[in-house]
Write a protein that binds this ligand. Structure first.
Ligand code: RAT
Ligand code: ZN
Length: 421
């Protein structure tokens, strides 16, 4: 059935966006089997590193070490007092906490942190996971699985079967960013026949390492976060490992290499995870890697606002490139709106406009509620422009497009069946 009026269009798009289940293609969430690594609840929400950065701005006299020495609950108390009571919580990360509480049916107006704590204390982890997936209407999330983190590596020894709501992604930052400093020794210690130089022997050892973990995790893709200075091709251990290990193994298993480009790590190390920053990166590098390796697939998101236009254009040139998400400092309404509009105009529906990057399970509620609203608005405008030409938009076509934007295009790019029916 075709849509007749703009009013009908607006409400149908909104409803379709609200009811279409999402495949969230990048998060830092874990299944229950990973124990403490799965974060949830109010104290975790409040100590999200985005909020830690905002809180410490208001406490120039509080030494960083003193903040880190506090218990999680004390840190959460300080964040709540500082960002929610002493000042108005309209930053995106603060607003997110309130959206979560509201969606859980808690009384946001009461400002009663203890009553929120009591609500979370009454839930078991597994019932809470079910509740959040249901309320957020997210069908599945992709984890970030890093074999270089000891606790994660150990957890994988025990895991038989992964909860099907959680997909896996093999994260390999240390392999590319610290090979010569330390990673080669780790691989050697784990029994791989490698040396510091990227020789033929090392290449074979790294490939074996990747194959072992791919067989164990069955990842949707291999991923890395890269600095603005990343160039490809490049005469360095990193360049060699990408060319000789990552890309051949990715091709062997037919999985993409996901490049998240633009992070200047630890510009303020005292802030921990909150201490990373952003820099302008090189889109030409993305074009080169796609061009030099046409049989490989690449996922890409970039952190600098100024890189977004170039990246969208690059995706028009290379069909082995799939652009995704409004990453980290871009995950703010004004920037999501701008980027989504531009990407729809340049790429139509062949893009994944958003991922959540959740570190705390509950955040699925706010990250997706906020993004859904913006995507619905932009999409409505785009269909409205079509109506102006005399084109008739059918309801089933809107459903098709939304399901593409919420994971369908991604799964098609992978060449795998979208588990969301
Ligand atoms: O957004 C974040 O939480 C960052 O700290 C990073 O984890 C980033 O998303 C990444 O995956 O490296
Ligand atoms: Zn992330």
């Amino acid at each position: 059935m075709a849509i007749q009026t703009k009013q009908e269009l607006r409400s149908f798009v909104k409803e379709t966006i609200r009811t279409t289940p999402i495949s969230d293609i990048h998060t830092h969430l874990f299944t229950e089997d990973f124990g403490d690594m799965l974060l949830w609840g109010i104290d975790e929400l409040l100590t999200y590193h985005y909020l830690v950065a905002e809180t410490l701005r208001f406490h120039p006299d509080l030494p960083y070490e003193s903040f880190w020495a506090m218990s999680k609950r004390e840190q959460a108390d300080l964040v709540w007092q500082t960002l929610f009571l002493d000042h108005s919580p309209y930053s995106e990360a603060c607003r997110g906490v309130l959206t979560v509480l509201n969606r859980l049916g808690l009384d946001v107006a009461s400002r009663d942190l203890e009553s929120y704590r009591a609500f979370f204390a009454s839930k078991s982890t597994s019932e809470y996971i079910d509740l959040i997936f249901k309320l957020s209407n997210v069908a599945n999330v992709c984890m970030t699985n890093d074999p270089f983190v000891d606790s994660e590596r150990n957890a994988w020894e025990m895991i038989q079967e992964v909860d099907p709501r959680f997909n896996t992604a093999l994260r390999i930052d240390p392999l590319l960013m610290q090979w010569e400093e330390s990673t080669w020794e780790k691989l050697k210690e784990w029994g791989y026949d490698v040396e510091q130089a990227v020789t033929d022997k090392t290449v074979e050892g790294i490939r074996e390492f990747l194959r072992t973990w791919i067989r164990k995790m069955n990842p949707l893709y291999m991923a890395v976060s890269l600095p603005p200075s990343f160039r490809y091709p490049e005469q360095s251990a990193r360049g060699d490992i990408i060319a000789k290990c990552i890309l051949p193994v990715a091709k062997e298993f037919d999985i993409p290499f996901a490049m998240m480009i633009g992070v200047n790590k630890r510009v303020n190390p005292a802030l921990g995870d909150a201490g990373d920053s952003v820099g302008l990166s090189d889109v030409r590098t993305v074009e080169q890697i796609c061009s030099l390796h046409p049989d490989n697939k690449f996922l890409c998101t970039m952190l600098a606002r100024e890189n977004q236009h170039g990246l969208a254009v690059a995706a028009r040139k290379f069909r082995n490139l799939h652009v995704f998400g409004c990453w980290w400092f871009l995950n703010n309404p004004s920037l999501i709106e701008e980027m989504t509009r531009m990407r729809f105009e340049l790429l139509g529906t062949s893009v994944t406009p958003q991922h959540s990057d959740c570190r705390v399970l509950d955040q699925l509620l706010y990250k997706w509620d906020h993004s859904r609203e913006i995507i619905a608005n932009v999409l409505t405008d785009k269909y409205a422009d079509l109506l102006e030409t005399g084109w008739k938009v059918k309801k089933k076509e809107i459903r098709r497009d939304v399901s593409d934007l919420f994971g369908g295009a991604f799964w098609r790019f992978l060449g795998k069946e979208n588990p969301v029916k």
